[in-house]
Design a protein around this ligand. Structure first.
Ligand code: SF4
Length: 238
């Protein structure tokens, strides 16, 4: 049943009643070659805490776009020290300088989709290339685009091999995530206490006002809501 579409869909529905920890337990027992992706948002911090309690050496990767906030980099170091994280940092193929020579300055303004393709989507493809299962921290209530997130989703690598994307927090709300983080004393990004609710790259992230959607501060005013990592292969088991 590791990749068989109908069985995966049945298992995904069955896991709707499971806790994130039960979902992680199932994934660790079923897919030996697995990793967690994180940009060290609130969800990623919660997932890391849960996962290392079950599998201390679980592989974790993050993409350093070269545009991260210093607070995010400090949090990364704190989490590595606290959990002895088995962390891999993936970088884009182009430095910012090389990108500017090729595409001009501030590509994040002139063509943010291209910038994300270079600095996030391509590195993520490389990061998941050998995996059987990729664990991410998406929640359905984060945005309209994420409403249909399944707990288990079957996708294909570029070479056609299947993998499963796992979203253990799909059912959780932002309040659930905060409750977990605070109750377990999980470190989180200082920017979350300064009006930011979703944190990506510096040039594309602003704080949000009370009542705004939590992702409203990402690419604000640019007609863009996702970097493409979670939408580039939206083919689900069907
Ligand atoms: S979030 Fe902004 S700076 Fe970061 S990769 Fe995308 S467009 Fe570039």
């Amino acid at each position: 049943m590791r990749y068989e579409p109908d069985a995966l869909k049945r298992k995904s529905r069955e896991l709707e009643a499971a806790t994130p920890q039960e979902i992680l337990r199932f994934v660790f027992a079923t897919y030996p070659n697995v990793a967690i992706s994180t940009a060290f948002g609130l969800e990623g911090c919660a997932l890391i805490d849960m996962a290392v309690r079950l599998k201390p050496d679980v592989p974790v990767y993050t993409i350093d776009t070269d545009y991260l906030f210093p607070e995010t980099l400090a949090l990364k170091d704190l989490l590595v020290a606290r959990y002895h994280l088995n962390l891999q940092v993936i970088r884009p193929l182009l430095t910012v300088e090389e990108q500017e020579r090729r595409y001009g300055p501030n590509l994040y303004e002139s063509d943010p989709d291209q910038c994300c393709a270079i600095r996030k989507v391509e590195p993520n493809r490389r990061a998941i290339a050998g995996l059987d299962a990729w664990i991410a921290g998406l929640r359905r209530d984060q945005s309209v685009v994420r409403t249909h997130t399944d707990i288990l989703e079957r996708h294909d690598h570029d070479d056609g091999r299947p993998y499963v994307k796992v979203n253990p927090l799909a059912n959780w709300t932002r309040q659930d995530t905060w409750a977990y983080v605070l109750s377990k004393g999980v470190p989180y990004n200082d920017l979350l206490d300064r009006g930011y609710k979703s944190i990506g790259c510096r040039p594309c992230t602003r704080p949000v006002a009370e009542g705004e959607n939590e992702r409203a501060g990402r690419w604000a005013g640019r007609g863009k809501t996702e970097c493409g990592i979670h939408t580039f292969s939206a083919k689900k088991a069907s």
